[in-house]
Design a protein around this ligand. Sequence first.
Ligand code: DLZ
Length: 154
Amino acid sequence: MKTIEGNLISKGFRIALIVSRFNELIGKKLLDGAMDCLLRHEVKDDDITVIWVPGAFEIPLIAKKAGLSGKYDAVICLGVLIRGATPHFEYISGEVTKGIALVGLELNLPVIYGILTTDSIEQAIERAGAKAGNKGWNAALATLEMVNLLKEIN
Ligand code: DLZ
């Protein structure tokens, strides 16, 4: 039996992080978590590019642009969508989720989904460095594993 899996050795990886400015306070916490994970796995600060976009809806286009540039081994998408009183949340979260998945498939590149979709700001805070961990950290870890996994398969 042959098993293929990605390790977490990450020296030399070049990573783009795309972060939504909407709900910026929480987005910054996700970014802090992702940076902590990348740096502690020996990704160099100089090899990390952070790109801010106005809102989560803009993430897929910029993820595609970053991916197409050929400068990155992976793109991490970070943002926070909080349900409001109108159906806006459903429309935006559906499009963002589809868009991010599509970019990864089209470009054959790890494009990682680090978007919180929550019912309340409290739930978002819990997932951005409080009692439910930091989903930015988790997204970065998944990124390192995926870059290595693709290398293994190739
Ligand atoms: C408009 C909007 C709303 C209502 N909520 C959020 C949100 O919770 N999180 C987020 O990242 N962005 C939100 N936006 C902004 C949209 O993503 C987008 O930036 C604008 O509709 C402009 O295209």
